[in-house]
Design a protein around this ligand. Structure first.
Ligand code: FES
Length: 111
């Protein structure tokens, strides 16, 4: 486990997201209505656009470049043209602090 602090709970209202650069990675941290705080890689698997510049649509994020969508819950592509899933990270909220386990996406991919 490589748990790192990314934001404070009050930094994102439901429906908001932001890019966080940490430990050499760019993450998209989102407060997804009905699903709490979620973390995925920020770079779209289609052509590297920043997903945090896009929009939250239900439990997915829509890329601002060509409208691909990825599930915040599973990382699966929910809208083309992308076809490669996005990495999803485990999120832990402790008090007012939101943490991401940077090792969790690799662990999940190895399963
Ligand atoms: S860069 Fe994201 S859909 Fe093309």
């Amino acid at each position: 486990m490589n748990k790192v602090e990314v934001i404070r709970v009050g930094d994102l209202a439901p429906g908001e997201m932001q890019k966080v650069e940490i430990d050499g990675r760019a993450l998209c941290i989102a407060h997804v209505e009905g699903h709490g705080f979620r973390a995925i890689d920020d770079r779209c698997t289609h052509e590297d656009e920043s997903l945090s510049e896009g929009w939250i649509c239900g439990d997915s994020v829509e890329c601002p470049a060509h409208s691909s969508r990825f599930s915040f819950l599973t990382g699966e592509v929910t809208g083309v043209p992308a076809w490669v899933p996005i990495k999803v990270y485990d999120v832990h909220v402790e008090g007012e602090v939101v943490f991401v386990d940077l090792d969790s996406a690799e662990a999940r991919a190895a399963c």
